[in-house]
Design a protein around this ligand. Structure first.
Ligand code: B12
Ligand code: SF4
Ligand code: SF4
Length: 342
């Protein structure tokens, strides 16, 4: 049995449902150094886990010392629903596209483990490896760019020239000296649409995001209250934000996935704020089971819904505002002035 090749790994990755697979060398890529500076500027906000794991995140060889390569996969999660920027109704709850279906940590985690198990079976030589999806101490976007999966856009997302940026990333850090791919080339050119479209000016320079200003951070990662000064900027987003990807020309005709795991769960599908606010804790808990949205728990989701309802009220779309702990007192009317058919 000959050595396991990159081509064989990529073919098997496709058969497991990955849309893209590339391989980066485990070397000291220049972009890895931007992380410490980013932390020092306070752009991680309260995401203490990023600070705690900064040493390991600096280089995958701090995680697997024998690492020679990083196998990076990309999985399309786009589904057949309009973009939030196509819906002007302030009473519609905006939930980020990646969160509509099953939890990608579970689905992709299982696929990555299966890819790794297959590699161990196929490889005549033993090797060391660790597979990660999102939560590992790996700067996934940097390795994705150098694995040819896509370039890091000005919105900081990895964009694949064929399928766009609605992709989950995952990585296997590996000691095998596999053949590596060419890095992806930056194709943003002179475009600045994402920087201009961000409602909270969170993209402070091309490729640099101040999380503390980002709606995704404020609605998912931030614990406690959303600061008063940031509430209006959250708009009708109740979980994450997709605006800087929706306006990207590379997502204008992004393909859609027919993978059942990513299809919108009825509980979150084009739901309005009042319907969400009026759900009981039991209904919420059951809808959050196996969903990536369980990260905020029911309490966090209610906090976000309350802020969004306040914002809708300020636009004249709600007849009463809702206190975070008394969502059932809401009386919200669809706002004819801003309603569109989506
Ligand atoms: C922390 C985190 C967040 C934070 C911070 C995001 C950020 N941009 O840094 C918050 C909560 C805001 C967030 C939001 C989102 N996230 Co997030 N997040 C992560 C996580 C766990 C770590 C990212 C990180 O290290 N950030 C720190 C910064 C410094 O790193 P970076 O963005 O990778 O940036 C590097 C490059 O920009 C590079 N660089 C390239 N060119 C240039 C140019 C210059 C001038 C400079 C200085 C740097 C630079 O240097 C940087 C440092 O290495 C990763 C998973 C992982 N383990 O990597 C997922 C991840 C990045 N998130 C993901 C997703 C899907 C999202 C959201 C789309 C979710 C949503 N819809 O709400 C948004 C997107 C917001 C955005 N525009 O980035 C995906 C991205 C997939 C993709 N196609 O890129 C990842 C990879 C998870 C996954 N496994 O799929 N996220
Ligand atoms: S996710 Fe939303 S708030 Fe965050 S940078 Fe993109 S557009 Fe701005
Ligand atoms: S909107 Fe334009 S600048 Fe922003 S990531 Fe897409 S191509 Fe790059």
């Amino acid at each position: 049995m000959g050595r396991l090749t990159s081509a064989e790994i990529k073919t098997h990755a496709r058969s497991l449902g990955f849309d893209i697979c590339g391989i980066a060398p485990a070397i000291d890529h220049p972009e890895l150094h931007a992380f410490r500076d980013w932390l020092a500027k306070g752009y991680a906000g309260e995401m203490a886990y990023l600070r705690r794991s900064a040493d390991r995140r600096a280089d995958v060889r701090h995680v697997v010392p024998s690492a020679r390569t990083v196998i990076v996969t990309g999985t399309l999660y786009n589904t057949d629903r309009p973009y939030s920027t196509e819906c002007a109704d302030a009473t519609r709850a905006q939930i980020a596209r990646y969160a509509w279906g099953d939890d990608y940590h579970d689905v992709i985690g299982a696929r990555m483990e299966s890819l790794l198990a297959w590699m161990r079976e196929q490889s005549p030589e033993p090797f060391e490896a660790r597979a990660y999806v999102d939560t590992g101490p790996v700067q996934e976007r940097v390795y994705a760019q150098h694995a040819g999966v896509g370039w890091i856009g000005k919105n900081t997302c990895v964009i694949n020239p064929e399928i766009g940026s609605w992709i989950f990333l995952a990585a296997i850090i590996c000691s095998l000296p596999l053949e590596v791919d060419a890095s992806s080339l930056d194709q943003c050119g002179s475009c600045t649409l994402c920087i201009e479209a961000c409602p909270t000016q969170a993209i402070v320079a091309p490729g640099v995001l101040n999380s503390t200003k980002c709606i995704s951070y404020q609605t998912i990662e931030l614990r406690g209250d959303i600061p008063e000064a940031d509430r209006a900027g959250v708009g009708s987003h109740v979980y994450g934000c997709d605006i800087c990807q929706e306006v990207c020309p590379w997502n204008a005709s992004a393909p859609r996935s027919d993978e059942p795991a990513w299809q919108p769960r009825p509980a979150w599908d084009r739901v309005d704020l009042l319907t969400l606010a009026q759900r009981s804790d039991d209904e919420m808990t059951s809808a959050l089971r196996g969903s990536p949205m369980k990260r905020t728990k029911v309490q966090g989701l209610r906090r976000n819904v309350a802020v969004a309802i306040e914002n809708a009220a300020l636009k004249g779309c709600a007849t009463a505002t809702v206190a975070a702990n008394t969502p059932r007192s809401a009386a919200l009317q669809p706002c004819e002035a801003t309603k569109t058919a989506t």
